[in-house]
Design a protein. Sequence first.
Lengths: 312, 276
Amino acid sequence: MPDLAADSLIRATGLRKSFGELDAVKGIDLDVRRGEAFGFLGPNGAGKSSTMRMIAAVSPVSGGDLRILGMDPAVDGPAIRARLGVCPQEDTLDNELNVFDNLYIYGRYFGIPKREVRERAEELLEFVQLTDKRGAKVEELSGGMKRRLTIARSLINRPDILLLDEPTTGLDPQARHLLWDRLFRLKQQGVTLVITTHYMDEAEQLADRLVVMDRGVIAAQGSPLDLIRAHSTREVAELRFPVGDHDATAEKVADLGERIEVLPDRILVYGEDGEQVLEEVHRRGLRPVATLVRRSTLEDVFLRLTGRTLVD
Amino acid sequence: MSVVSTGSTNGAVGGRLSPLTGALRQLDYWTTFYLRTWKGSVITSFASPLFYVLAMGVLLGGFVHAPPSQLDGATSYLDFVVPGLIAAQAMQTAVGETTYPVMSGIKWQKSFYAQLATPLETRDLANALLAFTLFRVGSTCGVYFLVMAPFGVFATWWGPTVAWCATMLTGMAFATWTFAFSAHIKSEASFGLIFRLGLIPLFLFSGSFFPISNLGPVGETVARLTPLWHGVNLTRMFCLDTVDRPLALVNTVVLLAVFLTGWYVAIRTLRKRLAQ
């Protein structure tokens, strides 16, 4: 019997996924609670999508234990999927059907009665602001509209958990913000969101709690703010010097912050007061081509934990 | 608007669906799909076969003056060729519905992946697509039989009715194995194999256009091993009312065996392909 009393909607212990020789997920522990927005942050190939597909009960677990809504995906796959909404990384809309029918037909797969699914489809079109595209062909929609339609489709069964795999990859900034707004509204309505992303701003915007994944393992977890506090400083001074000067210059500024990172195009100095770092750089006679003082982000956390940037 | 679930009242029935429920939940999809695309299929399904009848049966057949003993009991070449053409049409329709549509679901539109995110299972996707194929084969061949009836090519009224079922069985024998092939291959370029090395030789040499005894002893034996010959022979016997019961039973059993094994392999292959 499903354990509905538990507040934990997704619980994984030592979860693994292998594809032949390749270990995509190497034993991770997770606990996603009702009503929270949970994020998987990590670069491409970190194991986020493999984890998502196991949670979506479409990809068999290679090892460890996984419980979704208190049920075992190996046994109760259809029952679990009946209560999940899935927005995959690639749009899988049906080009043969128009916008409305994409929602209507999908609702019928869940066995929702015809009249009810029609009402829900109209409501969802309104929610994702596509009512005026109701009869349009899918091909006529922009990338952002297709994403919104996919999200509407994933909500047709009023899911307990909405899984979003890289929801805004490939969208322009305006389309991203519109989508974030819709997801934020869902969160406010109490939908449990599970999001994978390699955009740190997306993770900061949407996730209450997240895990940083790298090479199949969890490198760190917590709220965005906790992670930044635990693994980075309050501010970062970014220094850009002429090409080729970075390694030599790095030594001269190494003592200005708690630590520094030398990237191919800039040096990051981590400290409590970025402006003070800049003043000291200038006093030492160094002349960066460009400078920027900013707050620490999840990108810095990731860099600290893995030694690599999120988007290679 | 509220999109959040209130617990169990989300409209979905939990647990594994029965095969019938799994297929029926896709009825709206296939109905909508057919209503949007049927016009395009009219030419290939209904017009082309009639061109064949006119060219092969009437115009070319006008030059064929063979006694019934050389035409499997048919009194004219038109009577002989029509059942063969309908059985071959069943094969072609079935193959058409299980090549590109399967590839599209896996590779192009990836609609199978979207469907698998619902309570539906691989088995349900395969069954619904095969059921639609059965509908397409049944309707195409049914129209063919109806149009041919006034030409007096059928010996009885009930014979073509049974023959119609035989064409559907023939179609499904090809549909399931073609489905399995389509679910296995990585590139649509491989469809060329089916069309050039499968469909065309079968169409030409499985007894649709001439009795297979004309192929010589070896050729005849090879032809008897092809599923299309079993379909053509069964269809023709019922159309001409020249039923050899033991042979009809063999034809039926062979077609049923090909169909059922293909069905099993099709579902297995699709499951293997989609579960990663």
